[in-house]
Write a protein that binds this ligand. Structure first.
Ligand code: GLN
Length: 268
């Protein structure tokens, strides 16, 4: 724990607040996705920014979704995705689309990323229609294909709003293969691992301020710079002015990154 972190852990002088909408925490949170919420909350608190977590799940009041400043939705296995898909179509889909179009930033991981696309074909052949916000589709060929599992390192694509650092580290575990149309940009390029489909070296997709990615891990604990980009973007959209974040000491996070990089024989 660094001095910077201790010094700012004082909420009596709150300047800004962020309402983080955590979608389906009980159904969509695999491989450490919950850790992303903890990272966002702590990195806000260490800077005197109040972060309120709004848990939104099946049948909850959908109006609460309308008031969030940031959205996080994690991964799930196919069965949970079917439950969530039904609930989304009962009204949350329209609000989510509106938020994304209004540039409310969001991080959509694995199963959640698949939902933003046109459809997800499950391992059993069943088709779950997605929201079609991202011009991508995903197919899981079940036993004909192995799952794409392991550590993954990717490099953020230049030109996207979150490009102020280069490499991302995470862990992936998915049966679905996602394919992007020409109308949407990948989030990153794969250096090690599989990414969207194990073939074209693309990883994730980006639309306005929403990121779809296959990186679990939890992603934000291994990539604190991405966490800060998301916080900064959410504050800037909410307060309609550019807000710069005080830097934090990320030595611990950097050494975790180095361990994984050396395991993969990479220098980051
Ligand atoms: N069920 C999806 C797949 O296997 C998503 C998995 C996940 O979110 N980890 O592709």
């Amino acid at each position: 724990m660094t001095n910077t972190r201790l010094k700012n852990n004082n909420l009596s002088s709150i300047l800004y607040t962020l309402k983080i909408g955590w979608l389906y925490p009980d159904l969509m949170s695999t491989y450490g996705d919950r850790g992303n919420i903890i990272v966002l909350q702590k990195r806000c608190e260490w800077r005197g920014i109040e972060a309120k977590i709004e848990k939104i799940s099946v049948g909850n009041d959908i109006q609460r979704l309308q008031t969030v400043d940031f959205i996080l939705m994690g991964g799930a296995e196919d069965r949970q995705q079917e439950i969530v898909s039904k609930d989304l179509k009962a009204g949350k889909d329209k609000i989510l689309r509106q938020l994304i179009e209004n540039k409310i930033p969001g991080l959509y991981i694995c199963g959640a990323y698949q939902f933003l696309g046109k459809y997800y074909k499950e391992a059993n052949g069943n088709i779950i229609n997605g929201l079609g916000i991202f011009d991508v589709y995903t197919e899981n060929s079940g036993s004909n294909h192995t799952r794409l599992i392991g550590d993954i390192v990717s490099q953020i694509d230049p030109g996207n709003p979150f490009f102020n650092f280069d490499s991302l580290i995470g862990f992936e575990n998915h049966g679905g293969r996602t394919y992007l149309s020409k109308n949407i940009k990948p989030f990153a390029q794969v250096i090690r691992g599989f990414g969207n489909n194990g073939k074209d070296q693309t990883e994730g997709a980006i639309y306005k301020n929403s990121i779809g990615t296959y990186l679990h891990g939890p992603l934000l604990s291994k990539n604190p710079k991405l966490a800060d980009c998301l916080i900064k973007t959410a504050l800037t959209v909410k307060y309609k002015k550019e807000i710069n974040l005080e830097p934090l000491d990320d030595n611990l996070e950097d050494s975790a990154r180095r361990v994984i990089a050396s395991r993969l024989k990479l220098q980051l």
